[in-house]
Design a protein around this ligand. Structure first.
Ligand SMILES: Nc1ncnc2c1ncn2[C@@H]1O[C@H](COP(=O)(O)OP(=O)(O)OP(=O)(O)O)[C@@H](O)[C@H]1O
Ligand SMILES: [Mg+2]
Length: 419
């Protein structure tokens, strides 16, 4: 086994992201808090309340790597499973159950790893998610899941399907990596590969990756393979990646009262509209001090949120531009005058918490929406009827069943009505 692996690594065809995948905690750069939190969760499992951990954050920041590295250092065997595998889950439950009984007697401890659980939450596979939630409730092994927030309009952090699996889970955030951390990763690799490349070039590559180590390593590999003089190539990179970090794009929203300037603020950012919204929301109180400015900014934001709801419910993507204007130009002109304070904007940190609160709200909306569609009334009218539906679902199972079938409610929606 060991030999085979070593052979494989010698193989030129292995991409560097695999070849240099961290094997020990010490090889994971940055992310100290996250690493500590995850090590804690795994090593103290069983003593605390948490049954599972969800690692979340942008792509290429070491979520998957951290799980394997920590498992290796703590002596845990990683049992990697797909969220959809839990469907018709007897088999997995059996594995989890059996293994957990034996673990303390023989052999190594296990941890269950569900990578990219958001992929499945975004798809239609509710069965998998629900089964996974059950396993989490019963497990005697630590369960670790990862969720990457990708640039997908069907963003997972607004997705209610996810709620059930985060019950009793510790949320561990992986931020974008700092340029210096990425530089260290690149520098190590180029030394090992014997690439002649200047520190300046490596720093430039690191900066261009916007916190994504995978992207940086891939870039380095491409440049090293394609050219005898990577420095030249990297120097020409200047125009290639025009992405702008949110923190600097926000300056155009907050430090101007000119709607035209503000309107184009998010033209070059990588974040999707949901993330842009959260960034604006997080930073309004950091910028606007005057209470009237604050009031108007939040008012604008809540109107944008209404449109966001329409996109979710009706898939009417035409509202995207409207929302963008509201959260850029609308927020910019919400203030009477510019503030002199230095621009100091931060990433929305309560991402997951916001998403969780929203998830509850979304369920109510989705039921009302289905109801409205079947009965040809408006969503607002349907929402007002929901309390009556709730009574039926509590008191009359038979009728509730019929309604659920007619409206094509899913299990979580039924559960919500029964509560
Ligand atoms: N913090 C880090 N330290 C060292 N290497 C890293 C780090 N983060 C990422 N890498 C490198 O980048 C590649 C991708 O890392 P990883 O698979 O852990 O990212 P991820 O956060 O799970 O991303 P995704 O959300 O896309 O799954 C790996 O090859 C790894 O070598
Ligand atoms: Mg991953």
């Amino acid at each position: 086994m060991q030999e085979k692996r070593a052979d494989k690594l010698k193989n030129e065809n292995v991409p560097w992201t695999k070849k240099y995948f961290p094997k020990r905690i010490s090889e994971v750069c940055g992310q100290d808090d996250a690493l500590k939190a995850l090590s804690n969760f795994i090593s103290k499992f069983g003593r605390g309340k948490a049954r599972a951990a969800i690692l979340y954050g942008p792509s290429g920041t070491g979520k998957t790597a951290a799980v394997y590295a920590i498992a290796a250092d703590l002596g845990f065997e990683v049992l990697e499973v797909n969220a959809s595998d839990f469907r018709g889950s007897d088999e997995i439950r059996a594995v989890v159950g059996n293994a957990s009984r034996q673990a303390s007697l023989f052999g190594r401890q296990k941890l269950i790893f569900v990578d990219e659980v958001d992929g499945i939450a975004g798809s239609e596979d509710r069965g998998g998610i629900q089964a996974l939630a059950k396993v989490i409730a019963e497990t005697r092994f630590p369960i670790v899941m990862t969720a990457g927030f990708k640039q997908d309009p069907k963003e997972v952090h607004w997705d209610s399907k996810f709620t059930s699996i985060k019950k009793g889970a510790v949320l561990i955030r992986f931020g974008k990596l700092e340029t210096e951390s990425i530089y260290r990763i690149l520098s190590k690799i180029s030394k090992r590969e014997g690439i002649k490349v200047s520190d300046d070039s490596l720093r430039k590559l690191a900066r261009h990756a916007w916190g994504d180590a995978r992207a940086a390593i891939n870039d380095l590999e491409t440049f090293a393979l394609d050219s005898k003089n990577p420095d030249e190539f990297i120097d020409a990179l200047g125009e290639r990646n025009k992405e702008e970090p949110m923190a600097s794009a926000l300056v155009k929203v907050f430090k101007t009262v000119n709607p035209k300037i503000a309107a184009s603020a998010f033209n070059n950012v990588a974040e999707d509209p949901d993330m842009q919204f959260l960034w604006v929301e997080e930073n309004i109180p950091r910028e606007y001090r005057d209470s009237l400015d604050l009031y108007r900014a939040y008012d604008e934001l809540s109107r944008a949120d209404v449109f966001r709801g329409r996109i979710k419910n009706r898939q009417y993507w035409g509202y995207l531009r409207t929302i963008e204007l509201m959260i850029t130009a609308g927020i910019a002109i919400a203030k009477d005058r510019k503030y002199d304070s230095p621009a100091d904007y931060r990433e929305p940190k309560r991402l997951l918490e916001i998403w969780i609160t929203n998830a509850k709200y979304i369920k109510r909306k989705s039921i009302a929406h289905k109801f409205a569609k079947k009965t040809h009334c408006s969503s607002a009218e349907a929402t007002q009827l929901l309390p009556y539906l709730k009574v039926i679902f509590k008191k009359n199972k038979k009728q509730a069943g019929l309604i659920a079938e007619t409206l094509e409610l899913d299990d979580e929606e039924v559960e919500w009505l029964e509560k």
